[in-house]
Ligand binder design. Sequence first.
Ligand code: DGI
Ligand code: FE
Ligand code: FE
Ligand code: FE
Length: 188
Amino acid sequence: NLSREKLLEVLKNKLSNFRFNHVLRVEKKALELATRYQYENIEQVSIAALVHDYAKEFDDELFINKIKDKALDPDLLNWGNMIWHGVVGAEFIHDDLKITDEDILNAVRHHTVGATYMTLLDKIIYMADYIEDGRDFPEVAKVREITFKNIDEGVAWQTLHTIEYLLNKKVPIYPQTINTYNVWVAKK
Ligand code: DGI
Ligand code: FE
Ligand code: FE
Ligand code: FE
């Protein structure tokens, strides 16, 4: 089992300084959320936060090979780094870093696109990534407040605003992002 210290050393070598500092801030925020919501497995939170963007700076070719080698859903080939670094990134975290805890791997898979069902760990990582202390979009202070009051409302806020942002940019929306929206935001 990889200790936090050893993992930090691996990540420091693998990630840009920019990304390394982001994941440290995500870890800090995730641990604050874990305290707030009494999530007991602190080590799991820490590792999930530290590895969540492990594959963010990988070349497309690595993802394409991984999708083929592991016979993942072939539709993934129609997407790009934004979707791959979480959904396929989990496979690299498993294969390269030997992290086998499915709760951690799922938190990574869900950190960009969410999921219809999210564990508390999934929610903590999804939100910590969005509200870490380096984020500075206009409403971030408000989202931090909402998230510490009720994490489900934080998840809904982020999901709605991500969809709005993607629509405004007219970029493709990954089906799972829409499924997340339907469960967490849409009113029936
Ligand atoms: O990796 P980070 O930048 O720390 O954060 P992230 O993994 O949450 O990535 C956020 C980006 O991913 C953000 O710019 C919006 C984008 N994104 C989220 N859902 C979708 C998406 N992009 C596309 N094209 N389609 C999606 O469904
Ligand atoms: Fe990410
Ligand atoms: Fe995110
Ligand atoms: Fe991130």
